[in-house]
Write a protein that binds this ligand. Sequence first.
Ligand code: HEC
Ligand code: HEC
Ligand code: HEC
Ligand code: HEC
Ligand code: HEC
Ligand code: HEC
Ligand code: HEC
Length: 647
Amino acid sequence: MRRPLLFIVLFANGSCEPRKELHWTVRTDARRVDVREATWSPSNAVRSIRQIGPERVELTLRSGFRGTVQLEIPGACPVVESFAASSADRESEAYARVELPEYLSDVGFDRDVDVIATSRCGPVPSLTWSVATGKSTTLKVAQDGTQVRVHTPRMSEALAPAQSMLPTWGIVPIAPRTQGEIVIEARAQGIAKPYRVVVTSAVRATGVPTVPAGGHVYLFGEGWSATPDVHGHAPKLAAQNGFTQVETDLSGKFVLRDSAGKRLGVRFGRYDEMPLDCARAGCHVEVGQTIDKSPMTSVFEHGLAGAFGPDYDATCALGCHTVGEPGQDDGGFLHLAERLGTRIPTTPSPEWFANMPRDLRRTSGVGCMTCHGPAAIPEPEARARILRANVCATCHDAPPKYNHVSAWQSSRMANSDSKKETRSGACATCHTTAGFLVAIGARKPREHDAFEDGEPMGITCAACHSPHAANSEASLVRKVPGVDGASAAVCVACHGGMRTEKPEDLPAATSALLLAAPGPHTTERSCLTCHSQPRGSESSGTTHSFRADAKTCTTCHATPPIEAIAPEQASISARADRLFGKLVARGVILADPGSTPHAGKRYGIAARSELAQIARSVAMVHDDKAAAVHNATKARQILDEAERVLR
Ligand code: HEC
Ligand code: HEC
Ligand code: HEC
Ligand code: HEC
Ligand code: HEC
Ligand code: HEC
Ligand code: HEC
């Protein structure tokens, strides 16, 4: 917003002529140079100097001064302006002596990339270069230290760490961990903060076939071709690194086909082309109301309000706190800000946020389009892709700081549906994300969710978290109808096997059942006491493997009993095995116990047998490989009772 011009009426030397005072605003990159250290010549030219925000100063010229002023700021190119009698207020920019691109994005895999420093005033001073994060096979400094060459990784190498969570067909999802990122730092003498140049081989991608225009996406599979639209336009395809690279410069919907003729409908669009606010336009009102409470929605605003500390630099987190990929012409936040010539403050500034243009506001925060993509919703057969962890990975998979996805990937839950039999019928209600969401009424059954023929994705973030429907607000943990309690209710929904009206109709998963009985470990946080840790750790998300380790015991036990329980567990397991064998021998448990791990009907417990109840309890203990921790007292009681009856 422009400030109103300030007129000061001067009555000097008996003159009644109102004389306009001239203001000269100089702005610069506050990360590089401090405008307050400016000096000027001639020294009588300036009456006063005033700081406006972190990157601007306003100089008030001495009344009546006419002529040329030169401004010198350490680390910046000199700024020269001439003022004549008819001059109006001026704005100029003091450029840092060294300039480097902040982002070199989408440069391609397995490529040499030159990072070149420039200057608007004279020769570039020599720089000291280093690789801050990422891997580059070379860091070749050339041209007297003003230029450096890096080499980006091969695509298969970049994707390798996420291999187990990738689909095998269609758009290749790409996260910060896999986008072949190399961050280079350059230091120049006389400039306080180092320059950071972020080089990325590829643009991040959710894998949902609604993609931002202006860059490239990659496809799994071979022999892809594109059908031209009615105007004869078609995206350009090129083989690269064993993948197919698609140029997304066009906007609109296109049909691609692989060598077997299998069809993939893809929509390309710019974020700023979306004509309406998805939730505010009256289309998804309920979604909009819930999502307003999510800290993701307002994260950019909070940063500028100072919630993350007085030194927080919002420009470092644009890729994850706003819509769009920094460095891309995709109509995202940074692209729009650059187009509007708006500089984003590098220290908190609530006023800046309050006065932000509307277009920028729409793309600030983790808005609808960050997860769903720009343009319209994808075709029905592609919609299940929104459920994949890859969507959340575009921000939550950035080790070493953000580890939720990599930790989750190491859990058995990430592979719960890798076997085909777990993707059908009742099994799918606990072993697949879509099946679970349908079973608890959080998703309409969809012909095309196709978890039976579809690609496995595991129990993903969207199973336990609800970004914009009933959630517990704390950590957006999904609320499950019919299961009360704190966040752990979502665990019990599957691990309790108590979701259906007739529990005997479904194989019951067991671990939680033992905890349901009173015992020392039955607490408000339930499963999370040991299988999760509340936030606060430096590298967030490391406990999303959901393993209970010794550290979690020490919040209550002076010495972690985790090693000591092995003999107890061995004894419980041995007793349960023996009893299980006896129940099979007596024809109470009918099925092959090796067939599945679940207690209940799965084992074919003869419902009419008077021993059915005991058989269920024994199976429950038998199946819980951590019964000695979950509830040793209850487990021993069950085994004692069963041994008495089956003597
Ligand atoms: C953090 C990621 C994220 C954001 C941001 C987000 N969504 Fe979603 N959305 C999802 C996921 C995941 C699902 C599927 C699971 C579910 O329904 O909870 C979904 C489902 C939906 C559905 C149902 C679609 C279907 O196929 O059933 C609609 C409609 C929707 N979102 C609209 C919106 C709107 C409107 C906004 C912005 C106000 C928004 N979403 C923001 C992740 C997100
Ligand atoms: C009520 C929810 C639920 C249903 C329904 C269900 N499971 Fe499971 N399943 C689980 C849970 C929870 C675990 C992990 C339990 C554990 O390890 O203690 C699991 C674990 C498994 C394992 C891994 C066991 C191991 O120790 O390696 C297999 C295999 C399995 N289930 C197969 C099936 C099959 C096949 C079906 C359908 C016939 C099925 N499940 C139905 C919840 C369920
Ligand atoms: C099995 C259920 C489950 C799955 C799957 C899951 N989460 Fe969580 N998540 C939780 C629970 C429960 C909490 C609350 C933790 C607590 O209170 O100890 C949580 C907390 C979080 C938090 C906030 C607290 C923190 O650790 O900083 C984030 C962020 C998060 N999850 C992201 C993710 C992402 C991203 C994924 C997908 C890779 C994911 N979660 C998958 C259950 C889950
Ligand atoms: C565009 C980046 C982005 C995407 C995509 C994204 N998140 Fe987030 N998420 C964030 C940021 C940034 C925060 C931190 C918000 C804060 O601390 O104020 C966050 C916070 C969270 C939290 C913690 C909420 C709390 O109460 O503190 C959860 C849970 C979470 N995200 C889950 C998800 C899930 C599930 C998905 C995928 C469906 C997802 N996120 C996709 C950026 C993203
Ligand atoms: C949608 C159903 C579902 C939900 C919700 C769920 N689980 Fe699971 N969980 C499973 C299944 C299925 C497995 C077994 C996967 C397999 O072995 O194939 C499993 C496995 C596990 C394991 C063994 C992991 C390992 O790597 O050995 C732990 C621990 C676990 N779950 C804890 C939790 C906790 C804690 C929560 C709540 C925050 C939770 N689960 C929520 C279905 C679920
Ligand atoms: C007092 C701590 C504690 C609590 C509370 C707890 N667990 Fe565990 N759990 C453990 C330990 C320790 C193990 C063994 C190490 C591991 O697998 O993480 C374990 C193992 C498991 C396993 C893997 C068992 C197997 O067959 O391999 C599952 C599944 C599980 N817990 C689910 C749950 C669920 C669901 C809850 C809540 C209803 C829960 N746990 C509550 C400590 C706990
Ligand atoms: C919320 C606090 C809390 C946490 C966390 C906790 N415990 Fe306990 N635990 C207790 C209390 C209280 C008792 C009962 C008093 C006692 O025996 O010390 C107990 C008892 C036990 C017992 C004896 C049970 C019996 O009946 O013989 C074992 C074994 C045990 N804990 C293992 C663990 C392990 C392993 C962990 C970590 C994975 C753990 N506990 C985490 C509170 C906790």
